[in-house]
Design a protein around this ligand. Structure first.
Ligand code: NAD
Length: 367
């Protein structure tokens, strides 16, 4: 059997630096755990614009459709800020999400004990936190028609439309219930059924889907209360399923419970391919960080944790995903820190590759 395939799209700025570190981790799993991947690399974002005049070449898009998983770094940078909207680096990312039909965005919010002091919340509220937000990614108010700005009675009117079909709600719900089955079997669905018809339909469809998952304890919460509960007592949640708009806000809110942007991975999943694996793209939440790009200061952990998610969700290698996460936890517990994780600590920060050196050493020690 051939090895599973990975397409690596480093993108711009620190995307290129952190992805170089992920390649070292991928090589480690090939050499030490007999988990070899066929890795290819291509351009996205500003790098693709510089080479091809487009943020995503058609050939790259075709490759992304064929591989078992895509790993993306980050796109964008000041150099591209004045480009036309149609060729901005972010368009490359949006095209990948849209054409691969990645409808379920998984955003874990996990608090490593060693970093609990970093949260803006009290340590005992976030220590040990491990929740997963599943955000519907391809529909809802960001895509609904009609939309636009027009003039009525000499006044400008801005319009966006929240629109969900049953099928769109259902497929995301199934992804969320499947995840809950692999975790603590608790799912909280969030909408605004008190004021929005789309919320009433959302609650109805999720309740219907729950009949296929009798082991999962389902609850419903209005999204505004959900935001309050996330900062009041976030550990009450396991998996949260919510729509595109609420998910955008709630996942950023949950992410910040855990400290630095440099620690946050994500996955976007679509329908199963012929080999049973879901269409999938894994990427850190952070951007290209032009302020520190090229200086060896970027924290590679978000991108390395995104690869751990690929091991778990695309390749069914949960034990090795845990091995990698545990190695990262150990390195942090040992006090190894990139600059973004220093806080008030009187420690000398390690470089981007220094952090990976420590993670690889911890992986070696795990054998
Ligand atoms: P950013 O995430 O790039 O950076 C925000 C802050 O966090 C910066 O101070 C940065 O130094 C720091 N930071 C981010 N990742 C870090 C890491 N791994 N290690 C250490 N520090 C880290 O967001 P921004 O500054 O608003 O945007 C910069 C560019 O990135 C823009 O062009 C924006 O459009 C783009 N962007 C891309 C993505 C993506 O590719 N998914 C996401 C967000 C922003």
């Amino acid at each position: 059997m051939s090895n599973p395939s990975l397409l690596i799209l480093p993108g711009d700025g620190i995307g290129q630096e952190v992805m170089a570190e992920v390649r070292r981790v991928i090589d480690w799993f090939g050499a030490k755990r007999d988990l070899a991947f066929d890795v290819s690399e291509d351009l996205v974002g500003g790098a693709a614009y510089d080479a091809h005049g487009t943020p995503l070449h058609d050939d790259t898009m075709a490759k992304a459709q064929e591989v078992d998983a895509v790993l993306l770094g980050a796109v964008g940078g000041p150099k591209y800020d004045d480009l036309d909207f149609s060729v901005k680096p972010e368009r490359g990312l949006l095209r990948l999400r849209k054409e691969m039909d990645l409808f379920a965005n998984l955003r874990p919010a996990q608090c490593f004990d060693a970093l609990a002091d970093f949260s803006s919340l009290k340590k005992d509220i976030v220590a040990g936190l491990d929740i997963m937000i599943v955000r519907e990614l391809t529909s809802g108010v960001y895509f609904g028609e009609p939309r636009g700005i027009h003039t009525e009675d000499n006044m400008r009117v801005g319009v966006n439309t929240q629109r969900y079909t049953e099928a769109e709600i259902e497929r995301g719900a199934r992804a969320a219930f499947d995840l809950a089955m692999k975790r603590d079997k608790k799912l909280c669905s969030m909408e605004k059924a008190n004021v929005m018809e789309s919320g009433i339909l959302w609650r109805d469809v999720v309740t219907e889907v729950s009949k296929d998952y009798p082991e999962v304890e389902l609850s419903h919460m209005y999204a505004d209360n959900g935001a309050m509960q996330l900062v009041r007592a976030p550990k009450q949640f396991d998996v949260i399923y919510t729509d595109n708009l609420f998910g955008d806000i709630l996942s950023d809110c949950a992410a910040m419970l855990t400290g630095s942007l440099g620690m946050l991975p994500s996955a976007s999943l679509g329908a199963p391919m012929a080999n049973g694996r879901p269409k999938a793209m894994y990427e850190p939440v952070h951007g290209s960080a032009p302020d520190i790009a090229g200086q060896g200061k970027a924290n590679p952990i978000a991108c390395i944790l995104s690869f751990a998610m690929a091991l778990r969700y695309s390749f069914d290698e949960g034990a090795d995903a845990t091995r990698l996460e545990t190695a990262i936890e150990k390195v942090l517990a040992d006090g190894v820190r990139t600059g973004d994780l220093l806080g008030d600590a009187d420690t000398t920060p390690v470089s981007t590759s220094g952090m990976t050196d420590a993670i690889l050493a911890a992986l070696d020690a795990s054998l």
